[in-house]
Write a protein that binds this ligand. Structure first.
Ligand SMILES: CC(C)(COP(=O)(O)OP(=O)(O)OC[C@H]1O[C@@H](n2cnc3c(N)ncnc32)[C@H](O)[C@@H]1OP(=O)(O)O)[C@@H](O)C(=O)NCCC(=O)NCCS
Length: 430
């Protein structure tokens, strides 16, 4: 089954169009597992072989040889840029990196809290100040918004990091690339080549990942033909969750709880305890990969190299121990979030910024998918299998209604299912 924007999908829908009564039987796997929900020219993903490619270019080649700016061009234009095109894009990004003053004032006024909430608010606020705001949703305007927003989000996240640490916002340096600018805007110091390149590779690895939850959310929003900024707000909202982008921060919280002075025994006790309690170990498992996540290969190396070069090798050593144990006990591989945690940590980035940094990169993929959806659109509107109270129910007048018993909301009773998700993210304290 294909939903949203391809010829075969239209044919299927038309056939069903006149018989769209209630859906009463299970027709799709939970979580849309293995459902093909769009056609796309952007990301090639083979979970069996562990292949990830943007527009045909293997992620390993891109991580070794490209920059984030080249990857942005690739995702938006479906090919790598020439030197002149790259220069134009770099100039464009540099021109738009600064945040409008009213947005900085708004960020300053926000109460302390989850920085992903502030990113969501910041993206929404940027929409009001975009030069194409106010109704120009043409393809050309949406492409301009994609470039602007990608340029601004790096500054937005770095500024939030500075404000949270009690610092003052910095002005972007037009001489620096996107990755180096981010570190400069966050720390106030121009980064060394190794740190800038490590961060650049991190941005490349996170830039796109086919129909992951946040990209799907952004495409669903785009399919209503809402404006580009609104689609990215939808993406940010979905990315925040601990089963998605929130996992990298959860990994670092777990590592911190284990402690960098922990011996192997302590590491194993913590992980075995989590598994015994049926809790998910953040940074492991994936809906699509059945082998190593190719992004984890690079992040593992980066975590090791940066740990050695900064004189803080323990976080990598502990991570490696956890990975070996998880493989032996469950057969589950590390995903992109596992080694990105220790990599960002030794780069000096605070945990609260880990998931916002994912946004700095993924905005390139989200906007590429949104532009693709706009270009060949059909409203995405699936059906739900109805499992509620039998139809029709008698209408009881307000005065005669009784409060339902607690059981009426229990699972399997046609009621709401509470997952108790919070407890799965508790990390044992040392
Ligand atoms: C990413 C994730 C949501 C994929 O979930 P999924 O495709 O629905 O996988 P399933 O829930 O079907 O998992 C299959 C089995 O592996 C187990 N499993 C999956 N990930 C696990 C993890 N991180 N820790 C422990 N067990 C895990 C499940 O409990 C399940 O076991 P069961 O069959 O005994 O119930 C899941 O692996 C997860 O929660 N990982 C941790 C969060 C994370 O790192 N997210 C970032 C992803 S890039």
């Amino acid at each position: 089954m294909v939903l949203g924007g391809s010829a075969p999908a239209v044919a299927v829908r038309r056939r069903d169009h006149y018989s769209s009564g209630p859906m009463t039987r299970q027709s799709t796997a939970a979580g849309l597992d293995e459902v093909v929900a769009a056609t796309s020219r952007i990301c090639y993903l083979d979970g069996q072989r562990g292949v990830l490619a943007y527009c045909g270019h293997d992620i390993h080649d891109l991580a070794r040889h490209a920059t984030f700016e080249e990857v942005c061009h690739l995702l938006w234009r479906r090919r790598l840029p020439t030197r002149a095109e790259l220069g134009d894009l770099q100039t464009d990004l540099a021109r738009h990196r600064a945040l409008p003053e009213p947005v900085i004032r708004l960020l300053r006024a926000l109460p302390p809290g989850d920085l992903m909430d502030a990113v969501r608010t910041g993206v929404s606020a940027l929409a009001h100040h975009d030069p194409d705001a106010g109704g120009d949703d043409s393809a050309a305007a949406s492409r301009r918004k994609a470039v602007r927003l990608t340029a601004q989000i790096g500054t937005l996240v770095a500024t939030l990091g500075r404000l949270a640490a009690g610092g003052a916002p910095m002005t972007p340096d037009p001489a620096l690339g996107h990755a180096a600018n981010f570190l400069y805007l966050l720390t106030g110091d121009r980064p060394g080549a190794l740190a800038a390149r490590a961060f650049d590779v991190g941005l490349i690895l996170h830039a796109d990942h086919e129909l992951n939850a946040s990209t799907f959310a952004a495409r669903v929003a785009a399919a209503t033909l809402t404006d580009l900024h609104s689609t990215i707000v939808a993406g940010v909202a979905a990315l925040k969750g601990p089963l998605h982008g929130g996992a990298n921060a959860a990994v670092m919280r777990m590592l911190t709880a284990v402690g960098d002075d922990a011996d192997d025994r302590r590491v194993e006790d913590v992980i075995r305890g989590m598994l015994a309690d049926k809790r998910r170990v953040p940074g492991f498992g994936h809906r699509v990969y059945r082998t190593e996540d190719p992004r984890a290969t690079h992040l593992r190396r980066m975590s090791r190299d940066l740990g050695e070069q900064t004189g803080r090798p323990r976080w990598f050593a502990i991570s490696e121990r956890i990975e070996k144990l998880m493989k032996a006990e469950t057969g589950i591989d590390a995903n992109v979030d596992f080694y990105s945690a220790s990599t960002y940590h030794v780069l000096g980035i605070p945990i609260d910024l880990f998931t916002p940094i994912f946004v700095v990169s993924r905005v390139a993929g989200w906007t590429a998918h949104v532009l693709e959806q706009y270009a060949n659109n059909r409203l995405i509107r699936p059906r739900a299998e109805y499992v509620g109270p039998e139809y029709p129910q008698a209408f009881v007048p307000l005065a005669d209604r009784q409060a339902p018993s607690a059981q009426a909301f229990a699972p399997g009773n046609g009621g709401r299912r509470e997952t108790g998700a919070d407890s799965r993210w508790e990390v044992p304290t040392p």
